[in-house]
Design a protein around this ligand. Structure first.
Ligand SMILES: *Cc1c(COP(=O)(O)O)cnc(C)c1O
Length: 427
């Protein structure tokens, strides 16, 4: 069946609230490309939203999954435990920043991990308020919708939302008048102290580099200042590393770039090579504050997903994917900078490692240009390059290639991208 026929079938079977970026249906995928049922190859600058960092169907992951599937598929860790769950928790403790004693728990999705981090922080502190930031994205469940900033499409008509969620201003160098990290943190802390009250804050929850919200990289010093404030206020500092974690930014976790040691870290996306797995890891005294039976879920830490995660982490080590992410940045940056310099209406090239973006604006302004972002993305899709858009204003093109992508594939992708940007100059 070809994509057109599948699309018709889909229209009669799949809810229209669930959309897809490209019109083609995937037949197989490996490394840095997807192949659709119509026989077309797509260069993948999306990784299924930062998930297939080790590449699609990475050999070690495939072997580990096969082996596990044949031994047992599910027992529920809360019923009959198994080694791989413990091993993934050990890896999370070893790889996240901070040498203090840690504990971890596993879940199915990023949103579920974030919900559990909030549960743990509230339980451990006996407080309720959760502070999040402008442009934040933390998921689509009821609590995480409240934590997410953008109304359309994530929250529109889905309320009422969970209470005791407070939003502080983010450090967004392009759009906050160039505040330093310390100044932006002082502005956020002022809002928190005046509108929430330091003594009420259970958790300060932040993406060290914002994902869905526009790949916003806070000014240096912002994260350390917030973390220090949280510590002094007795609040839990939670880094949502669901998109930034596991080598994506050229480090195991993006907090490392700023020397920040979060109290809790949420992970998902890249950690299990494409299988659904998420985790919360952090200070033992916080994690273990929760009573026995207070955390869990039927599928959390499923043995197949755990086997995949252990194999994915081994692949990250073996192929040194932190260095690979840095190399990808070195391939992208000069091309993106050159297109920006050629007057393509790019206000900023930003990001770290293999988490890069360009923000499109109307010429001579910082007025967002979402129409052009959508048009450029469509032109890329027509030419066989899968790119994603993001941002509160929908005007950011983001690039999240698998970390195993080849230089040749990146070059072909960048040729298409640069061509599409320069063919649709603003004004
Ligand atoms: C994707 C994402 C989530 C939600 O993860 P799901 O697995 O889609 O529930 C939460 N936080 C961040 C930063 C994300 O990028």
């Amino acid at each position: 069946m070809n994509s057109e026929e599948l699309h018709k079938r889909r229209g009669a079977a799949v809810a229209r609230g669930v959309t897809s970026v490209i019109p083609s249906y995937v037949e197989r995928a490996a490394g840095g490309s997807l192949h659709d049922v119509d026989g077309r190859e797509w260069i993948d600058f999306g990784s299924g939203i930062a998930v297939t960092s080790v590449g699609n169907s990475a050999p070690r992951v495939v072997a580990a999954v096969r082996e596990q599937v044949e031994r047992f598929t599910h027992t529920c860790f809360m019923v009959a435990p198994y080694e791989s769950y413990v091993a993934v928790c050990e890896q999370l403790a070893a790889l996240t920043p901070g040498t203090f004693d840690k504990r971890a728990a596993l879940f199915n999705s990023g949103a579920e991990a974030v919900e559990n981090a909030v549960k743990i922080a509230r339980h451990a502190t006996g407080r309720q308020a959760v502070v999040v930031f402008d442009h934040a994205y933390h998921g689509r469940t009821n609590l995480t919708m409240a934590l997410t900033a953008k109304s359309m499409p994530y929250k529109h008509r889905f309320g009422p939302f969970a209470p005791e969620v407070y939003r502080a201003p983010m450090s967004y160098p392009l759009r906050d008048g160039g505040l330093s990290g310390e100044q932006a943190a002082a502005r956020a802390i002022d809002v928190i102290e005046k509108q929430v009250g330091a003594a009420n804050v259970a958790a300060v929850l932040i993406e060290p580099i914002q994902g869905e919200g526009g790949f916003v990289v806070p000014a240096p010093g912002f994260l350390p200042a917030l973390a220090a404030w949280a510590r002094s206020a007795g609040a839990v500092f939670v880094a949502d590393e669901i998109q930034t974690g596991f080598c994506r930014t050229g480090a195991w976790f993006a907090c490392e770039h700023e020397g920040v040691e979060p109290d809790l870290v949420t992970t998902a996306k890249g950690m299990a090579g494409g299988l659904p797995l998420a985790g919360v890891v952090g200070r033992a005294e916080l994690m273990d504050a929760v009573h026995p039976g207070g955390l869990g879920g039927t599928y959390g830490g499923n043995p197949i997903a755990c086997a995949a995660a252990l194999a994915a982490i081994e692949t990250m080590r073996e192929l040194d994917l932190n260095t690979a992410a840095q190399r990808i940045e070195a391939w992208f940056r000069p091309r993106l900078d050159a297109v920006a310099a050629a007057g393509a209406g790019i206000a900023e090239v930003r990001g770290r490692g293999a988490m890069l973006a360009v923000e499109l604006v109307r010429p001579g302004t910082i007025e967002p240009d979402p129409a052009r972002a959508a048009a450029v993305a469509r032109a890329c899709h027509d030419a066989g390059l899968l790119v994603l858009t993001c941002g509160t204003y929908g005007n950011v093109l983001r690039f999240l290639p698998p970390l195993v992508i080849s230089e040749e594939q990146v070059t072909r992708g960048l040729d298409i991208l640069a061509g599409s940007l320069l063919a649709q100059l603003p004004g």
